[in-house]
Design a protein around this ligand. Structure first.
Ligand code: ATP
Ligand code: MG
Ligand code: MG
Ligand code: MG
Length: 566
């Protein structure tokens, strides 16, 4: 590609509204431009990297036996009504009507659509297992879109869904997706950890997140120094506190007078609230003298839907309720609420909308109950407080010391059991000819988020340093004063043609700019290999090669350039 043909829209100044380095550099390098909050256009350079990531994901999904498909972004509401998620989804799901006043959603995820396809198309166990995926736009009306494409409202996700007759093939596919996710992230050269995760709004039993390690990450993960144990903070804490079974869910009562919103708390008191930060919650309660809340339950995820009717009885303010008090209030033995572990008094929040962050919820007697993704509300400096609470104890695995790190969730895999197939009646005939609900798994990767996550790990003060696998171009050709030197121009054209013919992606800087401007742009854009062509080098039969990552320079004989680069 010639710079004269494409759009090289680099910026010298750091845009003031970009908080983290990847967002700043994506804007400065001309990869993306903001259209509106959480909505970004991909400019040519950015799109090349996005496509690289997509292709790595696609190759590894295909290699793992998944099959590509493509489903609409706009989905009819009736499918969401079938699973109950039309009501359970909060304002993060964007809804619209067509001209006939029929309800639709902009798909935040595609479990309903794929289950609808599979129940029509798959009739016999002989067609199973099957794993279908797509790379498609998702829309989530995030409460606080930020960090550019890292937390956008419209973004690209690879989502795969597998269907099984039996748990053994479910486990095998889950393991192969786990391995594929590791390969995907490793091919891009990123440092990451797979961590045990809560299943949250999507439901299900068994779940891992893939966290790219970065200080700017919004998630906190706990890992053991001496074993492979790693979990996101919520899961680690749940395990440490003795969660029973392998399902977990949390439910917070959200509707009490005199309560403040989380945002108000943070603003007024400088207090950040996180369910793991017990000390801060207690402190907040003291300072506010608010009617406090009640309840956080851990147990079977079914609680989200079915057990909510038990909860209104504890809606009376239970300030610092103990587990015994709450158990007494709801009359819950372990049986009636599943394996309940109550732990924390939480601040109640009246403004349900601001809290419900793509969480499942329930509406009982006019009161709203929501799952809350608390991690969203943890300000970055609060890691230190999390650490006070958790770090230092041996973890659930009993080995080593638990440490806390920051991560960016780039992937998330779940076993969903029969949650969707039962509510949507997706069955197949088993060997005995009996209709059996399909067992389902789902596997998501934030394709566009990975681009930003990669930059968080690969940059310096001059710009992006792309790992080769996802660089928009592998090589840049920077000719010095080519418009004055016929020899430089000729060699630049020749190398451009040869490298391109060898299948190497080259950005050939044929602008009439000063060399300093060109160098700065190529460093900002982060192209891994730079070839500088000048009169003096030509006299010696060389070009100058410079590695973006190491900064090292070397002279390479003109005839050896292609093989040197390859
Ligand atoms: P988060 O916790 O960051 O809100 P999530 O748990 O809601 O993410 P999933 O439903 O697990 O997201 O979706 C699968 C993947 O999609 C995530 O692992 C993430 O990489 C990506 N993703 C989710 N929300 C966004 C977003 N708003 N912008 C960009 N990527 C996103
Ligand atoms: Mg989310
Ligand atoms: Mg998450
Ligand atoms: Mg997730």
């Amino acid at each position: 590609m010639r710079t004269s043909q494409t759009l090289v829209s680099t910026l010298k100044e750091t845009p003031s509204d970009a908080e983290i380095v990847s967002h700043q550099l994506m804007l400065r390098a001309g990869m993306i431009r903001k259209l509106a909050s959480g909505l970004y256009s991909w400019l040519p350079t950015g799109l090349r990297t996005l496509r690289k990531v997509e292709n790595i994901v696609r190759e590894e999904m295909n290699r793992a036996g998944a099959v590509e498909t493509l489903m609409p972004v706009v989905q009819p509401a009736d499918l969401w009504q079938e699973t109950g998620r039309w009501d359970a989804m909060g304002p993060e799901m964007a809804r619209l009507q067509d001209r006939h006043h029929r309800d639709f959603v902009l798909g935040p995820t595609h479990e309903e659509v794929i289950t609808d396809i599979v129940r029509d198309e798959i009739k016999s166990y002989k067609q199973l297992p099957i794993n279908l995926y797509q790379i498609q736009t998702k829309f989530r009306d995030e409460r606080r879109p930020r960090f550019g494409v890292m937390r956008a409202r419209e973004f690209t996700m690879k989502d795969a869904y597998s269907f099984h007759l039996d748990q053994d093939t479910m486990d095998a596919t889950y393991d192969s997706m786990y391995a594929a996710y590791c390969r995907i992230i490793e091919r891009m050269g990123l440092a990451y950890r797979p961590v045990l995760a809560d299943t949250g709004a999507i439901g299900g039993s068994h779940s891992h997140e893939f966290q790219v390690l970065a200080q700017s990450g919004e998630d906190a993960i706990a890992y053991s120094t001496d074993s492979d144990y790693a979990a996101n903070i919520e899961k680690a804490e749940a395990l440490a506190l003795g969660e029973r079974g392998d399902a977990t869910a949390e439910m917070t009562l959200v509707d009490t007078p005199n309560a403040k919103t989380i945002d108000e708390l943070v603003e007024q008191h400088g207090i950040a609230i996180d369910k793991t930060v017990k000390t801060l919650i207690v402190k907040a309660a003291e300072e506010l003298d608010a009617e406090l809340v009640a309840l956080m339950v851990r147990g079977d995820h079914e609680l989200n839907e079915v057990k909510a009717e038990n909860l209104p009885q504890v809606a009376k303010p239970l300030q610092f309720a103990t587990e015994e008090e709450i158990r007494a209030a709801i009359g819950a033995g372990p049986g009636s609420l599943g394996p309940v572990d109550l732990k924390l008094p939480l601040i109640i929040d009246r403004s349900v909308e601001t809290l419900n962050d793509f969480g499942a919820g329930a509406n009982v007697d006019g009161k709203h109950y929501f799952n809350i993704n608390w991690e969203r509300d943890v300000a970055l400096p609060e890691v230190a407080d999390l650490r006070n609470v958790i770090e230092g104890d041996a973890s659930p695995c009993g080995k080593g010391t638990l440490k806390i790190a920051r991560g960016i969730e780039v992937g998330h895999i779940f076993q969903l059991g029969t949650k969707y197939s039962e509510s949507m009646n997706a069955t197949v005939l088993n060997e005995q000819g009996k209709a059996t609900p399909l067992i389902m798994g789902c596997y998501g990767i934030g394709v566009s988020r990975i681009v930003a996550a990669a930059i968080e790990q690969n940059h310096d003060d001059r710009g992006i340093i792309w790992p080769d696998a996802i660089a928009p171009y592998q090589v840049s050709i920077i000719p010095m004063n080519m418009h004055k030197s016929h020899r430089v121009a000729e060699l630049a054209e020749k190398l451009y043609a040869e490298l391109t013919a060898a299948g190497i992606e080259v950005l050939f800087d044929d602008r009439k700019d000063r060399p300093g401007v060109m160098f700065a742009d190529h460093e900002l854009i982060g192209i891994p290999h730079n070839i500088v062509i000048g009169e003096r080098g030509i006299d010696a039969g060389n070009i100058e090669y410079k590695s973006r990552r190491s900064g090292e320079k070397s002279d390479v004989a003109i005839d050896d350039v292609v093989s040197f680069i390859q």
